[in-house]
Design a protein around this ligand. Structure first.
Ligand code: PMP
Length: 384
């Protein structure tokens, strides 16, 4: 094999592109909004070694501590040995290895749905679902705090997209009342547990409303699965394999007909490579553990509630607790002060959260000990 000549790596940069990038970076720096990557080695337990420092992490979405569970890791290893490192093609061509339909059957059963479809990630699932179901003549209503990928899917659908105030069912009803007529189909997009606030979506109320206005509800369960009691199921239940299941990938659970339609129509499913065997096997094993060990699943919420009680905060509704700070600078400073005390709690800044609501997002895991939770609460109380 011959390597490309050095010239291939030394083509001149575009001066205008460099100016653009440098100016944008300067803007981000001035607003304390520039993001930087930090190499992080996770585990064992809730430990994370970050740039050489050993910290207790409260920023991982591995809510059940399964990403490093030896059974999950062994399942991934065996699947890679048996089926290879990659799927080798899109699902509709040659990438549909046996672990994918097996995982779909297990996800559907777990969610009490007829069928499921596994996507390359949760983000890809949301990019594919909404545009496959609605188009220019239709209406999509999205919770103001819905995740970026729910918004992206809504916008890609080319339907009329309206934002309703966070979890405000009365406002949602008013929007349906004013805008539903004349639109062929309508969808409502919300979350079971909101990713940056940790509160729960008003799913039963929204489902009742959706029925009255013949709208289809898509619930994003990314932060709910395995952590909170699901309650009533929506017609469209999506989620990720990357948080409580400790793996990678996304899914939709729905009726057989809807899943069959998406199999043909969701562009982010059709035109991308199938999930690798190791990721599918890890998720399958994690689902088995989740169902077999209810005491593990109960732990993150219990720890989160212990934490909110210690700090006098409103009782946690999920494994995620926000500590609202305000400015990006102050959130970064609080995060740095906690890091100096041995805790990794990453600051979340706009545009991930609305302007003026920069925060620490504290995520609890079955891997945390009570003493670690209490120590973090004490450190935060002392610093605030
Ligand atoms: N939905 C929500 C609510 C999320 O928080 C996330 C991930 N942060 C996703 C979807 C995307 O999932 P994934 O990481 O599997 O792409």
């Amino acid at each position: 094999m011959t390597l490309p000549g050095l010239a291939a790596f030394t083509r001149p940069m575009s001066a205008s592109l460099e100016r653009f990038a440098q100016a944008k970076l300067a803007d981000l720096d001035a607003a304390a909004l520039r993001r930087r990557l930090a190499v992080t080695v996770r585990g064992p337990g809730a430990e994370a070694e970050r740039e050489g420092r050993a910290l207790v992490s409260f920023s991982c979405n591995d809510y059940l501590g399964l990403a490093r569970d030896p059974r999950v890791v062994a399942a991934a290893r065996e699947a890679a040995a048996r089926y290879g490192a990659g799927a080798g093609g899109s699902r509709l061509v040659t990438g549909n290895h046996p672990l994918l339909p097996a995982l779909e059957a297990r996800l559907a059963r777990h969610k009490g749905k007829e069928a499921a479809l596994v996507f390359g990630s949760g983000y890809l699932a949301n990019l594919g679902i909404t545009p496959a179901l609605v188009g220019p003549r239709d209406l999509v209503l999205v919770d103001a705090l819905a995740h970026s990928c729910l918004w992206a899917g809504a916008r890609m659908s080319a339907a009329a997209v309206l934002r309703f105030p966070h979890n405000d069912v009365a406002a949602l009803e008013a929007l349906l009342e004013q805008n539903r007529t004349g639109r062929e189909r309508a969808m409502i997009l919300t979350e079971r547990v909101f990713s940056m606030d940790g509160d729960r979506g008003s799913v039963p109320e929204i489902l009742a409303l959706a029925e009255r206005y013949d709208a289809w509800t898509l619930v994003d369960d990314a932060h709910g699965l395995g952590v909170v009691e699901p309650g009533e199921r929506a017609p469209l239940e999506m989620g990720t394999l990357s948080k409580s299941l400790g793996s990678y990938g996304g899914y939709l659970c729905a009726s057989r007909a809807v899943i069959d339609l998406l199999t043909s129509r969701a562009r982010s499913f059709v035109y991308t490579t199938g999930l690798p065997p190791a990721s599918a096997a890890a998720a399958l094993e994690a689902l088995t553990i989740l169902e077999a060990e209810p005491e593990r699943a109960a732990r993150p919420l219990r720890l989160a509630q212990r934490f909110t009680a210690r700090l006098g905060l409103p009782e946690a509704e999920s494994a995620v607790v926000p500590i609202l700070v305000g400015t990006a600078e102050d959130a970064l400073a609080l995060s740095a002060a906690l890091e100096a005390r041995g805790f990794l709690v990453v600051a979340i800044r706009p545009p991930t959260v609305p302007a003026g609501t920069a925060r620490l997002r504290v995520a609890f895991s079955a891997a945390h000990g009570e003493a670690e939770v209490d120590a973090l609460a004490e450190a935060i109380a002392a610093l605030r």
